[in-house]
Design a protein around this ligand. Structure first.
Ligand code: DC
Length: 226
């Protein structure tokens, strides 16, 4: 069987990874996989079940997810939906408090292990553009194309803020910027699969790009790289 095309996109919070990757996947006919949604769903699961998200509590988290959590990714008209034990939680996982829970839960080794096979399976079976923090380094080390997308923190915070407001979620710019800096720090300083650029990834800074320019830059890199 012909190997599938795997495109790994990593980068910090609000770099535009998901909107850019989704659009590129649509234009290329690939499947877009947003792996952050899986960590968000685990964060939501812990919060709903009053499970403390802390390294010291890793044993309880491991037991709870292995015995009581089933996650599924479904595609509906090209949009990824996440189902937690059969319930569509795609909207709820976008709330700001779930962002923090996701970042905290993603530092716990058993959670990363739990989600590894779900991510690899979809990449084995489909041409994918997958975005996250450790896709090029850990999940798909053999991806044909690896891109690390970033932008200046203030620009990323402004984009995230605009997104929340557009969805009708109440937010303050300073809070969004603080959350973003805290999450970036946590995500890049954790022991397990920290956020970092893979050695063979191409760095793309979109600070000066609008959406269309970013999409074209990524498609260019994909077409050159595969
Ligand atoms: O991309 P996002 O903001 O939806 O991700 C939520 C959190 O999940 C983020 O703070 C870090 C974590 N994450 C991760 O550790 N590894 C991934 N592949 C994707 C997300």
């Amino acid at each position: 069987m012909k190997p599938m095309i795997n495109v790994a996109i990593d980068g910090p919070v609000g770099a535009g990874k998901s909107t850019i990757a989704r659009e590129c996947a649509k234009r290329l006919g690939y499947i877009y996989v947003d792996t952050g949604a899986l960590y968000r769903a685990v964060g939501l699961f812990c919060r709903r079940n009053n499970i403390e998200i802390a390294q010291e509590n890793a044993a309880e988290i491991e037991k709870a997810i292995n015995s009581g959590l089933s996650l599924e990714i479904k595609l509906e008209n090209g949009t990824q939906l996440v189902f937690m034990n059969g319930e569509n939680v795609s909207e709820e996982i976008r709330l700001p408090e779930i962002s923090m829970a996701a970042s905290a839960v993603s530092a716990i080794g058993c959670v990363r292990k739990f989600l590894l096979s779900t991510q690899r399976r979809v990449a084995e079976e489909n041409n994918v553009i997958m975005d996250g923090r450790d896709i090029g380094t850990v999940i798909l080390p053999d991806a044909q194309v690896k891109i690390f997308i970033t932008a200046k923190p203030e620009i990323r915070a402004k984009r995230r803020y605009d997104e929340l407001i557009a969805k009708g979620i109440d937010a303050k710019f300073e809070d969004v910027l603080n959350d973003l800096n805290t999450r970036d720090y946590n995500d890049s300083h954790r022991a397990e699969a920290p956020l970092k650029q893979a050695e063979d990834a191409i760095l793309l800074d979109t600070s000066e790009f609008d959406f269309e320019q970013s999409v074209r830059a990524v498609i260019n890199l994909i077409e050159k790289g595969q």
